[in-house]
Structure formats: C-alpha cells, structure tokens
Design a protein around this ligand. Structure first.
Ligand SMILES: [Zn+2]
Length: 293
C-alpha cells in the first residue's frame, strides 16, 4: 500500500508490519520516479511496476532491502560504493556476514537459499552528500555506516523528512550481528540523524514516526551501551570464552527463541562488543577467556 507522506512522496507499507524479510520503502513520484529498497511484498511490487520506477536505490546491502531488485528490470540500481560489492556478488555478501571467515559457508548458503536471494547489478555507486534530483524533489545521501559499511539515510531537507532505513528506532535497537558492522560508526551515525533535527522519520521497519524524535534517537543509541554493560556484568562474575558469552543471548535477549542463523549473528555481535572493550582496555583476553580489566 502506498501511503502519502508529503506531496508526491509515499511510504510503501510492507506486509506483516515489515518484519523479516520485508521492509518499508519510500516512493517518489516525480519527473524521475525513485524507489528506495525492494523487499516490499508482492502487491506493492506489482503496483510500483505499473507506476514505473526509474531508479531503485538500495539503502544498504541487506537481504531484506535488496530481495526483489531483479523484479524492476527497467530500473537503474543505485547503492553506496561500500555496500555495492555485496549486492553484486553473493560471495561478497557471505564474506560481509562473516560466514566465510568463520567457517560457516554452509550456514550462509542456507540463509541465502531460505529467501531465494540473488545478486543484482548496481549501476551507480553513491557517495555521502550526493543529491538525487528527482525533478521537484531532492534527496540528499547521508552516509551512516555502522549497521553496514555503506548504510545510507536519505534527507529531504525541504520537507524535513529523513528516510532512516535501518536506524529504524525499533525497541530492539541497533542490529550489528556481522563483522562488517562497527559500533563506533553506528553511534556517530545515530547522532548524525538526530542532529539533522528531522520533523518526520520514515524507517524501514517502523514506518512513519513524528513524535519525540530526539528522545527516540537517544534511547535507540542507549541500547548499544546497555548491551555493552551486560557483557561487562557477565565477565565481572566469571571469565568466559566467546561461545559461553554467546549462549547468554545478550544481543537478542535471553528470552528470544533463536535459530541457527540468529545464533551466528549473536556470536558476531558479542565479538564486536569484545573487540571494542579490548581496544578500550576495559577487557583483556588470555587463552580465549575474557576478563574485566
Ligand atoms: Zn539492515
């Protein structure tokens, strides 16, 4: 369903509240028709194809944003230069997720097969600050790394609207379950979004949000530090190795039912926390065990 957000700007509302593998999109109906992200559900795909899409922008390389890129055969596909390689090649995709490095290629292939994900072309590589000129409407590319290296938000300054993609202001908080995430970058990117002072945020999994945005960005960021504190609290009681810490489900939450893919993402997320804490000398490692310094 296309829901108007402002003149000629629509939220493409995905099915199932945009839960995995769906995401909400943004559609600009202008001289040049621009769509952000493609995993929007069958009905939306069919109606957007009828309306015509000239440029399909991928906010980042994740499967739930690029899944139906190949459906838009007449569109040019644009994505940030740092994420484009993982859209063009499933081998690079597996590498970005850590499946290659951590000897889990079978698991990674299963992940790709479970949603029938295919690589697609990327015709143009975006850079920070670039303006996507649709005719009347202009979108500025805001490079917001951390969730992925080339994650981008899109700023419609005139309308005060920020498409924040997976800085999605969900209660779960930031997702960083692969080695190409970066916690320091993530924090800076969330602050960058907040400091734009948007009047309206459209996020990939929560849709349109307009109230209390400063507080929402701050609370979203705080989730990273809460999980970091939980890692430290666990190590305060006992030194643990990575596997033992992973089993505590600090990232997804101890009450979550997690599948083998999520268990892998959990391990990668905990590893990122440990690497940050090691770099800050707040944790030390000896023979695979982590201790609070
Ligand atoms: Zn994502």
């Amino acid at each position: 369903m296309l829901l108007p957000v402002a003149k000629d700007i629509y939220l493409v509302e995905a099915p199932n509240k945009a839960r995995f593998p769906y995401c909400h999109g943004l559609y600009i109906d202008d001289e040049i028709n621009v769509l952000i992200d493609s995993s929007l559900g069958e009905e939306n795909l069919a109606s957007l194809k009828k309306k015509k899409v000239d440029i399909l922008v991928n906010s980042h390389f994740h499967e739930d944003h690029i899944l139906h890129n190949n459906y838009f055969t007449d569109a040019k596909i644009w994505a940030h230069a740092l994420d484009a390689p993982a859209i063009r090649s499933m081998d690079v995709f597996l590498d970005f997720y850590g499946f290659t490095t951590y000897n889990a290629l079978g698991l990674g292939q299963g992940f790709i097969d479970s949603i029938d994900l295919k690589a697609s072309a990327v015709h143009h590589e975006l850079q920070d600050g670039e303006i996507i000129d649709c005719g009347q409407i202009r979108l500025q590319v805001i490079h917001t790394p951390g969730h992925s290296p080339g994650h981008c938000c899109f700023w419609l300054e005139e309308q005060g609207i920020l498409f924040s993609s997976d800085i999605d202001l969900s209660r779960f908080g930031p997702w960083y379950g692969h080695p190409c995430s970066n916690l320091g970058d993530y924090a800076r990117s969330i602050k960058k979004c907040r400091d734009l002072q948007p009047g309206l945020v459209v996020s990939s999994h929560k849709g349109v949000i307009s109230d209390d945005l400063n507080r929402r960005f701050d609370e979203y960021l705080a989730v990273i530090y809460r999980k970091e504190d939980a890692v430290l609290a666990a190590l305060q009681k006992n030194p643990f190795n990575l596997e033992e810490l992973t089993s505590r489900q600090i990232f997804y939450g101890p009450a979550s039912k997690i599948d083998p893919f999520m268990l892998f993402f959990e391990k990668m997320a905990i590893k990122l926390h440990l690497e940050k804490l090691l770099a800050e000398n707040r944790v030390r490692e000896k023979e695979g065990l982590y201790y609070v310094s």
